[in-house]
Design a protein around this ligand. Structure first.
Ligand code: FAD
Length: 624
């Protein structure tokens, strides 16, 4: 048969993990096959059409910094952009975009189709070719065989997927798509630890039947933020508003009266759902004292009237869903275009993975995305990129690479998963990262693009743009450091006016920028100062953040360096972990059971966090 059936890397599944995996592998020069159920659903958003948000935008920007697709697709498909926590510190600031799901998908497909070394093929993978303890390829459900050095599995919610609407169940990978049962069975026969999780989605509404005058309008930010480091103002499609509605006592009554018809409460669903993205029945049940919950009424796209009511994900029967929707002010006459549902699916214990996302049991087989117990497009995309790049490195005979916890949220995500596993769908939060000040969304490129370039992930255009930005930041920092403002000069008086205090002595502009009352733009156009201020917002932002937070950033870096220096520090055999103040009960138990000999060993125990290692170090110092 004259057909390309040998590849360096095969990726199964064209969702968010699979597309980033395939693109990464192909960018690195590996002949890559992306095998997916349906080419029309490449990059499909199974649930809400939105990318980013707290913790998640950090991952999107890291994917972008490493040359991935998600941020650029968001810029091409985004119809409302906001920076969340804009008034808080830069560590927790997060960009969120409402996406037009059709435009987003088209952008992803466009990038896949234009990517050299990448072949798309529409077929369901039904089997893996396994030789001893190594994977050698894939067989489709119709029997077509493909061989490869490494295989990345990104099958999302499809493995053994069961859809629930009330007490009705049907098999499916998500609404309208078939489940992946043959592959699920094959994987269950391999030595992996399998369990079930569940997630859900709300009913969709027809905007023509919604009374927007009763809802609160939420426009996007102006000027419109961009998601990608290569994003430019003006590249977004037309921008629109989202709206906010509220559940009320009547909504909650309806839900509580029908809980026995919910598959979750009647015990039909065994899988655990996402704690941080709960269904409306979960919220009403768990937070019984709360009189109302917000519902963000979000457009699904520019060319459709469908709306996504974010906040009322449910698996209640359709008649109850309808009552719930219509009990909400502004939605009294709403037409439901698609019922909400919950889906249960197989996931594999991520503790059976290495940092590279290769499985421990089958060599050259990598897992990424929802299959590892995570939830969210961003978490999936980030893992996909990592698995894809490591599958490519394996095919080339190179060692794996994965970022450390102090380098990237991707490092935190993978380390959390493979050391602690997860009992519920795992999503990213800034609070999961102990080095938040270093891992900001504004500096993912400065943290990762050079590494990405070395890995072969970053193309010339991105590299040139990155180098230009980095040089511009350094040049401007040098100018500010060398520019002095004297008291009694026009510039000094302007500063005094702004701060309400005369300058005590001469200051460099860089020192002045550290003051909380002064912004980069205040210092940019002072009279009598040499040199032109930068007009690139991203450069100005970087100069400002680095100046203002320099002290904190240096302290965090010092802490990381200190922990690294002390990794070889021995833990005395007689050390009683129960007596170490500040450690959680769980960590004490883990340490007592494992009895690590050094701090480094302690840090590698599943669930022992870097913060706990820091506490151990302080304790050891006190004992001396
Ligand atoms: P998916 O996006 O599921 O993609 C899997 C891909 O693999 C699909 O293209 C599929 O066709 C393909 N595939 C599967 N099996 C095979 C096979 N055998 N052969 C070939 N191709 C195959 N996330 C949130 O953050 N919040 C939420 O509230 C939320 N709710 C959700 C509700 C529902 C009903 C669903 C279905 C998902 C929800 N998600 C939610 C999860 C979000 O959709 C996923 O986290 C994300 O899509 C995972 O990306 P992925 O690439 O791992 O898998």
């Amino acid at each position: 048969m004259d057909y390309p059936d040998r590849f360096d890397v095969i990726v199964i599944g064209g969702g968010h993990a699979g597309t980033e995996a395939a693109l990464a592998s192909a960018r690195m020069g590996c002949q890559t096959l992306l095998l997916t159920h349906n080419i029309e659903t490449l990059g499909q958003m199974s649930c809400n059409p939105a990318i980013g948000g707290i913790g998640k935008s950090h991952l999107v920007k890291e994917i972008d910094a490493l040359g991935g697709a998600m941020a650029l697709a968001t810029d091409r498909g985004g119809i409302q952009f906001r920076v969340l926590n804009a008034r808080k510190g830069p560590a927790v600031r997060a960009t969120r975009a409402q996406a037009d799901r059709v435009r987003y998908k088209a952008a992803i497909r466009g990038m896949l189709e234009q990517q050299p070394n990448l072949t798309l093929f529409q077929q369901a993978a039904g089997d893996l070719i396994v030789d001893g303890d190594s994977v050698r390829g894939v067989v489709t459900e119709t029997g077509i065989r493909f061989h490869a050095e490494s295989v990345v599995l990104c099958t999302g919610t499809f493995l053994g997927g069961v859809i629930h609407i009330g007490l009705d169940r049907s098999r499916g990978g998500r609404a309208g798509d078939p489940p992946s049962n043959a592959l699920a069975e094959r994987l269950r026969a391999l030595p992996f630890n399998v369990a079930r999780l569940k997630t859900g989605t709300p009913p969709r509404l027809d905007a023509k039947s919604v009374d927007f005058s009763q809802l609160e309008e939420q426009p996007g930010d102006s000027p419109t933020p961009v998601m990608s480091y290569l994003g430019e103002r003006g590249m977004h499609p037309r921008q629109v508003s989202c709206h906010i509605a509220h559940t009320n006592a009547r909504t909650h009554e309806i839900i509580l009266a029908n809980l026995d018809r919910s598959p979750m409460y009647s015990g039909v669903i065994e899988g655990v759902g996402p704690r941080y993205c709960p269904s409306i029945e979960d919220k009403v049940h768990r937070f019984a004292d709360k009189a109302s919950h917000q519902v963000f009424v979000e457009p699904e796209g520019l060319d459709t009237h469908e709306l996504y009511p974010n906040g009322i994900s449910t698996s209640l029967p359709f008649d109850v869903q309808l009552q719930v929707v219509r009990s909400i002010k502004g939605l009294e006459n709403a037409h439901v275009t698609r019922p909400g549902y919950a889906i249960e699916y197989d996931f594999f214990d991520p503790r059976d993975l290495k940092h590279s996302l290769e499985t421990k049991f089958i060599h050259n087989l990598f897992f990424a995305g929802q299959i590892n117990g995570t939830t969210g497009y961003e978490e999936a995309g980030a893992q996909g990129l990592l698995a894809g790049l490591n599958a490519a490195r394996r095919a080339k005979g190179l060692d794996s690479w994965s970022p450390r916890r102090d380098e990237a949220y991707l490092g935190v995500l993978v380390d959390d998963l493979i050391t602690m596993g997860t009992q519920e769908p795992y999503r990213m939060f800034t609070s999961r990262a102990e080095y938040r000040l270093l891992l900001r969304e504004d500096n993912a490129d400065l943290r990762l693009t050079e590494i990405g370039r070395d890995l072969g992930l970053v193309d010339d255009d991105r590299w040139t743009a990155f180098c230009a930005k980095r040089e511009a930041v350094e040049r401007e920092q040098a100018r500010l450091k060398a520019s002095w403002v004297q008291p009694g000069t026009a510039a000094g008086d302007a500063i005094a006016d702004k701060t309400g205090q005369p300058l005590a002595h001469e200051y460099s502009l860089l020192d002045l920028l550290k003051r909380p009352e002064l912004e980069y733009r205040d210092l940019a156009s002072l009279p009598g100062i040499e040199g032109q201020p930068v007009d690139d917002d991203a450069v100005a932002e970087q100069v400002q953040i680095q100046a203002k937070y320099q002290g904190y950033i240096a302290r965090q870096q010092h802490e990381i360096d200190k922990l690294k220096r002390h990794e070889a520090t021995p833990l005395p055999a007689e050390l009683d972990f129960e007596q170490v103040e500040g450690l959680s009960h769980e960590i004490r138990q883990k340490l007592s059971a494992a009895r690590p000999e050094t701090l480094a060993q302690a840090g590698r125990i599943a669930g022992v966090t870097p913060a706990a290692v820091s506490i151990l170090l302080v304790h050891l110092k006190k004992r001396r």
